[in-house]
Write a protein that binds this ligand. Structure first.
Ligand code: ADP
Ligand code: 5GP
Length: 212
């Protein structure tokens, strides 16, 4: 009865709203959650590790992966290609492990509309204000002014897709958002579609009932 199917947990938000921070916290809470390592054609930032933060690829390499059907979804974001390799996701969810995706709305839509759609949990993070979003992007200290400007310009585009998600959280207080995320995840793990053993259990209950 404990057997369960893994969830595809999708976290989206405008850049800087807190996806990576909250993804880290969720994984610290439950180390069994697998982080989907995306492929990207963008350059690695200082400190980023190939194979851990992203699979860094050239554009021809990326296109070849897409052509052979190895990506669950892919999209063009901020002038670069990004995609989620499918293989690790399928084996994880079949083994009952959840997989966490930090991807944009285009990728979220593709996964929700895929054959794995019924096993997704999609969550959108909103910043408390645009001024705070800018402050967070600047305080992260990872991007130059031009990159920050590009991300700020794109933030409304991303925010405009908030209505397509199962849950929407305003990431004001980090601890409070983390607590809400855990609640959502705990409840969604109990969705009927995530408990493949239920049919058999109900059959056993019926047999017991009939034998009364
Ligand atoms: P994203 O992955 O969505 O681009 P990050 O998780 O990198 O965003 O967060 C951007 C910056 O904002 C980081 O410096 C992070 O520590 C900070 N941050 C995230 N959530 C909060 C919050 N609720 N309150 C204050 N700062 C936050
Ligand atoms: P960054 O370059 O800051 O790491 O990511 C930029 C944007 O690309 C973020 O909105 C992030 O969620 C999105 N992203 C990262 N990986 C993927 C992916 O595999 N697929 C899609 N569709 N978006 C991704």
């Amino acid at each position: 009865m404990d057997d369960r199917r893994g969830l595809l947990i999708i976290l989206s938000s405008p850049s800087g709203a807190g996806k990576s921070t909250l993804a880290r916290r969720l994984r610290d809470w439950d180390p069994e959650i697998l982080f989907s390592v995306s492929a990207t054609t963008r350059a690695a930032r200082p400190g980023e590790v190939d194979g851990q933060d992203y699979h860094f690829m050239t554009e021809p390499q990326f296109r070849a992966e897409v052509s052979r059907g190895a990506m669950l979804e892919h999209a063009h974001v901020f002038g670069n290609f990004y995609g989620s390799p499918e293989g690790p996701v399928r084996s994880a969810i079949e083994a009952g492990r959840d997989v966490l995706f930090d991807i944009d709305w285009q990728g979220a839509q593709q996964i929700v509309n895929s054959a794995l759609g019924q096993h997704t949990l999609s969550i959108f993070l909103l910043p408390p204000s645009i001024a705070e979003l800018r402050r967070r992007l600047e305080s992260r200290g990872q991007d130059d002014a031009a990159t920050i400007a590009k991300r700020m310009n794109k933030s409304w585009d991303e925010i405009s897709h908030w209505g397509g998600y199962d849950f929407v959280l305003v990431n004001d207080d980090l601890d409070a958002t983390e607590a809400k995320l855990k609640t959502i995840l705990t409840a969604t793990r109990l969705r009927r579609s995530q408990q493949p053993g239920l049919t058999e259990h109900v059959r056993a209950l019926q047999a017991e009932f009939e034998a009364l």
